[in-house]
Design a protein around this ligand. Structure first.
Ligand SMILES: NC(=O)c1ccc[n+]([C@@H]2O[C@H](COP(=O)([O-])OP(=O)(O)OC[C@H]3O[C@@H](n4cnc5c(N)ncnc54)[C@H](O)[C@@H]3O)[C@@H](O)[C@H]2O)c1
Length: 260
C-alpha cells in the first residue's frame, strides 16, 4: 500500500512546519503549502532531511485556482490524499470599531474562506481515502480576548465549518476536527509581539505551547483511534480556554496573582 499523504497549509514555518514534521516522522508523505515559495521549499528540504518524501507547494489559500493546482500536483505525484491540515492564518488585533473593512475581509479570506476552499477542492480525493481534515483554530473561537474581533469571529466561523463538514462527511467516513492551540512561540507570533513593543515574550512566561506539541495532537487525530474524535475541538492550550484570563496561565504566579 502506498504511504499516506498530507497537505499542510502555512507549512513553511511556525505551527504548520511543526505539524508537517510530526506527520513526516509518523510516516506520511507531506506537501508543505505556503504563499511564500521559499518557505515552502525550505520546509520540504527539512522534511526530506528527516527521511520523508515531500514536495513544496506554492499556495494562496484564498484563491480557488491556486487550490486546484496544488491538489492536482499532490495527486499527480503521490496518487492519493489522506489528510488536509488547514493551518495558514493571520491574527490581527482590533475591536469592532477599530478594524477596517479591508483587514476584516483579508482575515476572513485567509482564516475562513481558505479552509472552505481547501475542503471543497480536496473532498473528492479525501472521500476516496476516507480521509481526515484538521482545522487549526484557536482558544479565541470559544473564549474571546479583548481587541481580536476579526480573528475571533474568523476562528468561531472555522469551528462552525468544522462541525458542518464533520456532519456532512459522516456517510463517507471523512472526519473534520479543530485543534485549538494556546500561545505558541512562532515567527508570526514574534512579529505580533514586536509590533506591540515586546520583541520577546514577557519575562517568566510559562506554559507556552511548542509546535511539536501541536504536531503530536494532529498525528493522534489522524491515527485510527484519533479518527473517533470528530466535529469538535481538541485544545492544546495548557488550560487557557478553561481559565477566565490568559494571565493566570502564562504569567509567573507572582505576576498573575493580581488578576485573580
Ligand atoms: N502562534 C500562536 O500563538 C497561535 C495560537 C493559536 C492559533 N494559532 C493559529 O495557528 C496557525 C499558524 O500560526 P503561526 O503562529 O504558526 O503563524 P506564522 O505567521 O508563523 O506562519 C503562518 C504561515 O502561513 C503562511 N500564509 C499566510 N497567508 C497565507 C495564504 N494566504 N496562503 C497560504 N499560506 C499563507 C505564511 O507565509 C506563514 O508561513 C494560524 O491559523 C493561527 O491563527 C496560532
Amino acid at each position: 500500500m502506498s504511504k499516506h499523504v498530507a497537505i499542510v497549509t502555512g507549512g513553511g514555518q511556525g505551527i504548520g512546519l511543526g505539524i508537517a514534521r510530526a506527520l513526516a516522522e509518523a510516516g506520511f508523505q507531506v506537501a508543505p503549502a505556503d504563499i511564500d515559495p521559499d518557505r515552502a521549499r525550505s520546509a520540504a528540504e527539512d522534511l526530506k532531511s528527516r527521511g520523508a518524501e515531500a514536495i513544496p507547494l506554492t499556495l494562496d489559500v484564498t484563491d480557488v485556482a491556486s487550490w486546484s493546482r496544488a491538489v492536482a500536483e499532490v495527486v499527480d505525484r503521490f496518487g492519493r490524499l489522506d489528510v488536509l491540515v488547514n493551518n495558514a492564518g493571520i491574527s490581527p488585533r482590533g475591536t469592532a470599531e477599530s478594524t477596517d473593512e479591508a483587514l476584516w475581509d483579508r482575515t476572513m479570506a485567509i482564516n475562513l474562506k481558505g479552509p472552505w476552499l481547501g475542503i471543497k477542492t480536496a473532498m473528492p480525493w479525501l472521500r476516496q481515502t476516507r480521509g481526515a481534515i484538521i482545522n487549526i483554530g484557536s482558544t479565541r473561537a470559544t473564549r474571546p480576548r479583548r481587541g481580536m474581533v476579526a480573528y475571533g469571529a474568523s476562528k468561531a466561523g472555522l469551528l462552525g465549518l468544522t462541525r458542518q463538514v464533520a456532519v456532512d462527511g459522516l456517510d463517507d467516513g471523512v472526519t473534520c476536527t479543530m485543534v485549538a492551540p494556546g500561545w505558541v512561540d512562532t515567527p508570526g507570533e514574534r512579529i505580533i509581539q514586536a509590533a506591540h513593543g515586546r520583541p520577546e515574550f514577557p519575562e517568566g512566561t510559562r506554559n507556552l505551547i511548542t509546535i511539536e506539541e501541536v504536531g503530536a495532537a494532529v498525528v493522534y487525530l489522524v491515527s485510527p483511534p484519533g479518527r473517533r474524535v470528530n466535529g469538535d475541538i481538541v485544545y492544546v492550550d495548557s488550560g487557557l480556554h478553561a481559565s477566565d484570563n490568559a494571565e493566570t496561565v502564562h504569567l509567573p504566579p507572582q505576576d498573575a496573582r493580581g488578576y485573580t
